[in-house]
Design a protein around this ligand. Sequence first.
Ligand code: SF4
Length: 197
Amino acid sequence: MKCTTCFHQCEIPEGGRGFCRARICENGKIRPENYGCLTSLALDPIEKKPLYDFHPGSLILSAGSYGCNLRCPFCQNYEISQENLHGRSLYVSPEQLVEEAKKYVPAGNIGIAFTYNEPMIGWEYIRDTAKLAKENGLQVVVVTNGTASQEALEEILPYVDAFNIDLKGFTDPVYQSYAGSLEQVKAFIERAARDAH
Ligand code: SF4
């Protein structure tokens, strides 16, 4: 089966997993094995996302899973982004994560950030959690390498208040050395920016 979540367009055999190590083929369907499987959860300053003009001075509950579709040699989160941590992560449902975020509102939390690994390889979890977060008056932030497909981006766009899209370089060779795609990132930024206000 073909995964269309990002530019790699992996052909995954039954029982196999894609390049990102987080999406698998099971019973003839591609699914995010890392759905709700958190490896990291922290109440971070918004400036650590880093976002400087979005609710400055606030905190945001930041959640990460495992897996990534790039291979950057300078990754600071490689322990969680480059390993299959299924079975060593904690399952947190969208409802539980939203309840956790609400608990910290009195302490200055404004919402939920999807970050640490590449969150868009599990866009279904972002979509389900972010929808619920918006219903509960929370802000939603996505920190991404911007290499997901336009289809995946459209699924989450209505629920996202701010993105940090990491443009890592300006040439194709730079992106090729990270197993990435400059064109995909440019298209992602262009589409996300069109909805910015
Ligand atoms: S999200 Fe993962 S499985 Fe899907 S195309 Fe990208 S690298 Fe391959």
